[in-house]
Ligand binder design. Structure first.
Ligand SMILES: C[S@@+](CC[C@H](N)C(=O)[O-])C[C@H]1O[C@@H](n2cnc3c(N)ncnc32)[C@H](O)[C@@H]1O
Length: 230
């Protein structure tokens, strides 16, 4: 998975729509402490530097792709860390400050890449108890709701941006589906498809307002007492 994101790290940094400030303010308001946030699968760090650093003293921003992290925007509050997929749970936890150290865990647009069975135990151990919150979007969500969505009922948000056709095309080129196919020798965006898309868009020079629908659920560990005793 890391090499898929290494491949398109440069265009990725220029093409992701920006997350609205209100979302992260809402998530930050759910945690009583604002010491450490962990942005997992941070990519070029846009949720870390543009959002989490506004609310937390320190942000740990991790990614399996060194290529993505090379394009991350430096920030005094953020520590970008390369965490290879083979990194053991205890190693990752130590980088986050140990058990009960993290106030907010976010996985912006990355949860589809994660092996969640491996990821949940780290989140549960890393989150501050009580008070720590994890937020991402997924169909399964084994945490107790804290009022922003719940398992099976994701909270919906919209991201709006003014986009040129070129920008949309670059965005499509960052999609993992497109890059997985490319690795297997299949070009999902050949010239004729691009031409058709361009016609549907209304021409290269047209700027359109694009609305991305997005979803999130925020939750806290279900059994903090048991976990701590365990
Ligand atoms: C679609 S990008 C999202 C980046 C950023 N969070 C955003 O919202 O723009 C997904 C990122 O997750 C990273 N990733 C994939 N699997 C991961 C894992 N198991 N642990 C950490 N990062 C991972 C990829 O390298 C990639 O940078």
């Amino acid at each position: 998975m890391a090499d898929l994101y290494d491949m398109q790290a440069e265009i990725y940094a220029d093409t992701r729509p920006k997350y609205p400030k209100e979302w992260f303010a809402l998530l930050a308001a759910l945690t009583p402490h604002h010491i450490v946030a962990w942005d997992a699968g941070t990519g070029n760090g846009q949720a870390a530097f543009d959002q989490l650093a506004d609310h937390y003293d320190r942000v740990v921003a991790t990614d399996v792709s060194e290529g993505q992290l090379k394009h991350a925007v430096p920030h005094t509050k953020i520590r970008y860390i390369h965490t290879p997929i083979s990194m053991p749970e205890d190693g990752l936890l130590a980088l986050l400050g140990g058990e009960d150290a993290v106030d907010l865990v976010t996985i912006a647009t990355a949860v589809h890449c994660f092996d969640l069975e491996k990821f949940y135990p780290v989140v549960e151990r890393a989150l501050r108890k009580p008070g720590g919150v994890v937020a991402y979007r997924n169909l399964t969500f084994p945490f107790d709701s804290v009022g922003v969505g719940a398992e099976g009922e994701q909270a919906a948000f919209e991201m709006k941006t003014n986009a040129s056709f070129e920008w949309i095309l670059q965005l499509l080129r960052t999609w993992s589906t497109v890059n997985i196919a490319k690795k297997q020798g299949i070009n999902l965006l050949p010239a004729e498809v691009v031409e058709e898309l361009e016609k549907a868009w209304g021409g290269r020079s047209l700027i359109r307002e694009v609305t991305f629908s997005s979803f999130v659920i925020a939750g806290k560990p279900r059994t903090p007492a048991t976990l701590r005793e365990g």
